[in-house]
Design a protein around this ligand. Structure first.
Ligand SMILES: [Zn+2]
Length: 223
């Protein structure tokens, strides 16, 4: 089983960030703790939303720590104030980071039709792949909102791996990756516990059942 963490902005949240999004911005000290714990215990790191801190703060710290991460960028936000530019994305890619889709405009796919989801994903992938001149094969679901219909659309599109907001560790090679979100209210101990705590069999079975009810067979598909 492997742990995957979901992060967003680093440092004080700028004014543009809505009130309900602010708990997802963590301090540079908390980020340093995430990096130290990741180095100690091993985890996959992911950054959603394409905030400009991905390039300004996260990239230099990752390089310094000798770690890599995946960045999921809503393509309509590229180059707008507070978000990564095309140059930033290329720099992330050239530093060995994975670039993935987070749709175009951060839509809630539960409220979108199949064709609209397919268009949102395909357009964002084309834009990102055009910037890095390499294939883009992974998607992180905006808001984590998904059900078996949304996941079936992503599967039909040939998406290689889907990063969700279902919590807990994932089976190695799972197509639908679970992620634990790091939030501003978490202390060092909680961050560390995410990486080292092993759920017992009963808890793991219950979690699987909960995910299966939402995701259907996507819960067991391999990448
Ligand atoms: Zn997002």
């Amino acid at each position: 089983m492997s742990v995957c963490l979901m992060l967003h902005g680093i440092g004080p949240a700028p004014e543009r960030v809505e009130l309900d999004e602010r708990p997802y911005w963590i301090s540079e000290a908390a980020f340093a703790c995430v990096l130290a714990e990741t180095k100690a215990h091993g985890a996959c790191l992911t950054f959603d939303d394409g905030n400009d801190t991905d390039a300004r703060i996260v990239l230099p710290k990752l390089v310094e720590a000798g770690l890599t991460a995946a960045f999921f960028i809503p393509s309509d936000r590229i180059g707008t104030p507070g978000y990564v530019t095309e140059h930033d994305i290329l720099e992330l890619h050239q530093a060995g980071m994975e670039i993935g889709s987070h749709g175009c405009a951060h839509l809630n796919w539960l409220h979108a039709g199949d064709a609209e989801i397919a268009n949102d994903v395909t357009r964002s992938i084309e834009r990102l792949a055009g910037i890095i001149k390499a294939p883009v094969r992974s998607v992180a679901i905006p808001y984590g909102h998904c059900d078996r219909r949304v996941l079936a659309v992503l599967r039909r599109l040939g998406i290689g791996r889907v990063y969700s907001s279902f919590r807990g560790p994932s089976i190695e090679g799972a197509w639908l990756v679970r992620r634990d979100c790091i939030t501003a209210d978490m202390g060092t101990r909680e961050i560390s516990a995410l990486m080292i705590r092993k759920p017992d069999a009963a808890e793991a079975a219950l979690t699987f059942l909960r995910i299966w009810r939402r995701a259907g067979n996507a819960a067991i598909w391999a990448a």
